[in-house]
Each structure stands twice: as structure tokens, then as C-alpha cells.
Write a protein that binds this ligand. Structure first.
Ligand code: PAF
Length: 283
């Protein structure tokens, strides 16, 4: 199959219809572009799952809040296409904002409860924007598999719930976070950090490692783990402002009162105007 870039919804629908009719399986890798090694690893995983990998690039306005960085979110279509082609994905879908959200657009998809805390509490409507756009992408691309990163932990769990609740015959595959050498989780927003903030950003990973180490030593009390994580963040990232540190059950996202099997610790920290998130399974 030759490398194909679909810029309209109808072109992608036509191709997906053809692929389905010829019994080819499809894996989707949804992205907002500005691709890095984290995205490359998602594409590589998708290639192992399906006959055809469709990578989508769409900076989705409905998941950005007022005052967030929708306008200045980096757009780099040329280098993105190169990365996608080199990684081996044969189809790219790049819809336009005005086609995805026409002037009379009125429909949103929300997942209840799982979106109340963590990112949901800090960024109202963000997850509703994600579930809405992913619903639209699924309907257009018609995937058998969908590949997301664990870096956006709550997003991944919310999307898994949505797929189960809406009875989509799509297998959700959640891939491990890809990190820089010093542990910082790869993210498009890392590029906005000043050199000083970039140096301090490694504190998120170090704090998570402390949580995991304590847990492995048998510590179950959240208050103790939290205290040591906060100390580490304070020491390594004095400029950082902690938005939240949360201990939750991996699938249900319910807060836990002691470390249990499948506990995930997640955190969000602001460094200057940049908000970074990360997480680790510690239970
Ligand atoms: O994780 C992202 O890049 C986005 O939230 C997604 C899933 C592509 C939806 O816009």
C-alpha cells in the first residue's frame, strides 16, 4: 500500500470502507502532531497489531480550556509526516478544524465519574473534548485496535471505559511511557520549558521513583509516601508548584486509602507556565 495522506473526512471514510470490505484490520494512533519518540513507539506497537496503521494528526480545540495553549500548540506537519512514514504507518488522517467542528456542531461525548478528579478537576471539559474527538475519529477511521500512551493515564482509562460502555469492537492498547535519559516523560510541552525548568522537570520522575521504592520496601501508608514525594519535589524542583499528587486504583480511578494491588500514583506539577503530568504503577 502506498503512503496516503487524507485531508478530508470523506477521503478517510472512503479508504476505511475499502479496507474493511477487503477484510484488512486497522489500528489507529490518534495524535495532536509535534511527534516524538513516544508517538513513534505507539506506531511501532500498532504495526504489530493490524494490517494498516492510520495515524491521525489533529490539534483538537475542544480539549483546550480558555487560557490554555491551543493557539500556540506547536504544529509541524512536514516533520510529522516524515516521522510517520519512517515509522511505517501507511495512512495519515489530518482533518481540518472547520470540518470536524462545523459552525452548527452540538454533540459531545462525556464519561461520568472517571473524569471528576485528577486532570478532570484541574482542566474542566478537557476530557470531554478528548472523548468527543476520539469518538469522531473512531467513527471515521473504523479501527479494530486503538493505541494510546500511559503517560496520559486518566485519558487512557476514560477512553477504555468509553469503548466498553459504547460497545465498540475496538481493542484498546495502552503502551508504556517513553522517557528521556534523566527520566522525564516525553511530551510535546517539554519543548516549552526554559533550561532551568527543564533541569528541574526530572523531579516528577524522581518523586515517582521514591514512591515505588517505598512501596517495594513494604510501605503502605499514603501519608508517608506523599511526605517523601513532596520533599523530593521541593528539593529537586524548587520552582515547581504541585497541582496534585493522587493515589488511585488503576482502572476505576478511585482514590485508595492504602497502597493496594494496581495502585497508580499520578501527579501534575507546574514549572513556570508549563504544566507537566506523569504517573507510575506502584502497587
Ligand atoms: O493524547 C493526545 O494527544 C490527545 O488527547 C488525543 C488522544 C490525540 C485526542 O486529541
Amino acid at each position: 500500500m502506498k503512503f496516503t495522506v487524507n485531508k478530508t473526512i470523506s477521503a478517510q471514510q472512503k479508504l476505511s470502507r475499502k479496507l474493511v470490505a477487503s477484510k484488512k484490520t486497522i489500528a489507529i494512533v490518534p495524535t495532536m502532531g509535534s511527534l516524538h519518540d513516544g508517538h513513534r513507539s505507539l506506531i511501532k506497537r500498532a504495526l504489530k497489531l493490524a494490517d494498516v496503521v492510520v495515524t491521525t494528526i489533529f490539534v483538537n480545540p475542544t480539549q483546550f480550556g480558555p487560557g490554555e495553549d491551543f493557539k500556540r500548540y506547536p504544529r509541524s506537519a512536514k516533520s510529522d509526516l516524515e516521522l510517520i512514514q519512517k515509522a511505517g504507518s501507511k495512512v495519515v488522517f489530518i482533518p481540518k478544524v472547520q470540518d470536524m467542528y462545523t459552525d452548527d456542531y452540538r454533540t459531545y461525548v462525556s464519561v461520568h465519574k472517571l473524569t471528576d478528579d485528577l486532570e478532570g478537576a484541574s482542566r474542566p471539559n478537557h476530557l470531554r473534548g478528548v472523548t468527543t474527538v476520539v469518538t469522531k475519529l473512531f467513527n471515521i477511521v473504523r479501527p479494530d485496535f486503538a493505541v494510546f500512551g500511559m503517560k496520559d493515564y486518566q485519558q487512557a482509562m476514560v477512553l477504555k471505559r468509553m469503548v466498553a460502555d459504547l460497545n465498540w469492537p475496538i481493542k484498546m492498547v495502552i503502551c508504556p511511557t517513553v522517557r528521556e535519559k534523566d527520566g522525564l516523560a516525553l511530551s510535546t510541552r517539554n519543548g516549552y520549558l526554559s533550561p532551568m525548568h527543564r533541569e528541574q522537570a526530572t523531579a516528577l520522575y524522581q518523586a515517582l521513583r521514591i514512591a515505588r521504592k517505598l512501596c517495594m520496601e513494604g510501605e503502605e501508608r499514603i501519608s508517608v509516601i506523599l511526605r517523601d514525594m513532596r520533599r523530593e519535589l521541593h528539593d529537586l524542583a524548587p520552582a515547581g508548584k504541585v497541582d496534585y499528587i493522587a493515589f488511585t486504583d488503576m482502572e476505576t480511578l478511585r482514590p485508595v486509602t492504602r497502597i493496594e494491588k494496581d495502585t497508580v500514583v499520578s501527579l501534575a506539577v507546574r514549572l513556570g507556565s508549563i504544566r507537566l503530568i506523569d504517573n507510575m504503577k506502584i502497587g
